[in-house]
Design a protein around this ligand. Structure first.
Ligand SMILES: [Fe+2]
Length: 409
């Protein structure tokens, strides 16, 4: 019992249950989710103007994924430019041509159409095409504050994902690599929340099996890591994380086995969007703190780097929050009893078998990485990713981080 202002309050002794029930919920993205929704892209662009800059990849155009959108623009008399030169994992200097086109053309809205790289590219472009400096200047590393971003200048972005992974369609983040410093960093600014996210599972039907798995594991990791964010997590973000993991666990194996299963595609897309909301409310932690330097140093696709560290990070984290670990295990295999002997090993095995059903190598050494790189990755992580490190539920020493990387080698 506690007395305050003459009133007596009953405070539950299990304070831990309630300690995250004091928060602000502000998520500004309008989500249009459902089969066929991308056919309405022109209509949504029309809310922001009559001149549209579409950022995509050549292969998506070749596959015909943009055909319906193009008819829509013609039908609605909306002028558009297609910029289809985005490459995977955008680099600092990849933006120059697009910046020039936007500055000359006077566009009203940018559409990011494709995987996370296309959407991140569109978001970063919305800033650097309307500001003076290059995209990297606006990256917010733990060791480097960003240049000033003027929100009123940033162009509106509409995001249309064709993969279910990064959740970039609902986040204020854009990931960029700087080849000069060999760093991967993130622009983090509310001004680049897409105005509208059009999540259409039909666009994901053609995603190859391997990429379905790699991007899906990234989506799972966003909910998983946000669930362990001791600083920013709230009761609300926890709910999103749990739901996000459930949908990926339920749907990803089916989408992987049969890419034409539209229901499974919708389930993975929903899980990935929830994962994106999770990282915008709470944020990734140690897993991604290691992943960003790994992406930059080794060039592994982001989802592969994520899967390399996931189990080892969990193994080293679970002693400090066995309750959260057991909730994750229950999502993957509800038949494992957390009172059972050997629960921890069985739990870890269940998570490992969930990941290993997707057939791609998950060790650093599988990607031709030399042993010397172990210390380089650890040093990078400590030097410019210390914020997500510090938000993790367990504070790792350099030695423990090194051990995680060694186990993932
Ligand atoms: Fe990620």
């Amino acid at each position: 019992m506690k007395e305050k202002n003459g009133k007596v309050y009953n405070i539950d002794k299990k304070k831990k249950t309630y300690d995250k029930m004091n928060f602000t919920l502000d998520h500004p993205v309008r989500v249009e989710f459902g089969n066929g929704k991308s056919n309405e892209l022109a209509k949504f662009c029309g809310l922001y103007g009559k001149k549209v800059f579409i950022v995509t990849m050549q292969e998506l155009e070749t596959l015909g994924l943009l055909d319906n959108a193009k008819y829509g623009f013609e039908r609605e008399s909306i002028e558009y430019t297609l910029f289809s030169d985005v490459k995977p994992e955008p680099k600092k200097n990849d933006f120059n041509d697009a910046v020039e086109l936007i500055r000359k053309g006077g566009y009203d809205v940018i559409v990011g159409f494709g995987g996370g790289s296309c959407i991140d590219f569109a978001k970063a472009l919305a800033i650097c095409a309307t500001h003076e400096n290059d995209a990297w200047s606006y990256v917010n590393l733990s060791s480097k504050p960003p240049d000033t971003i003027y929100p009123q200048k940033v162009l509106p972005v509409i995001a249309v994902p064709t993969t279910s992974g990064t959740g970039s369609e609902v986040t204020p983040y854009a990931v960029i690599i700087n080849p000069d410093t060999i760093q991967e960093g993130t622009i983090k600014d509310p001004s680049i929340y897409p105005k509208i996210a059009i999540v259409d599972p039909e666009l994901m039907l053609g995603l190859p099996k391997k990429w379905t798995a790699i991007t899906g594991i990234d989506a799972f990791s966003h909910s998983l890591e946000s669930y362990f964010n001791k600083t920013n997590r709230t009761s609300f973000s926890d709910m999103i994380c749990i739901e996000g993991m459930k949908w990926i666990v339920k749907s990803l194996p089916k989408a992987y086995q049969d890419g034409s299963n539209l229901q499974a595609r919708a389930g993975v897309a929903y899980g990935a969007t929830l994962g994106g909301i999770a990282i915008s409310l709470a944020g990734t932690t140690v897993g991604h703190a290691l992943v960003h330097p790994t992406d930059a140093r080794i060039g592994t696709p982001h989802g592969i780097s994520v899967s390399i560290y996931m189990l080892s990070v969990l193994r080293h984290t679970l002693p400090v929050d066995i309750d959260r670990f057991s909730k994750i295990v229950r999502i993957i295999n509800p038949s494992i009893d957390h009172n059972q002997n050997g629960f921890i090993e069985k739990g870890l095995q269940s998570i490992e078998s969930f990941i290993s059903q997707f057939d791609f190598p998950r060790k650093l050494s599988d990607y031709g990485v030399s042993e010397e790189m172990i210390d380089v990755i650890v040093d990078d992580t400590i030097s410019y990713m210390f914020r997500p490190l510090n938000q993790h539920v367990k504070k790792f020493t350099r030695g423990e981080l090194r051990q995680i990387v060694i186990e993932s080698y």
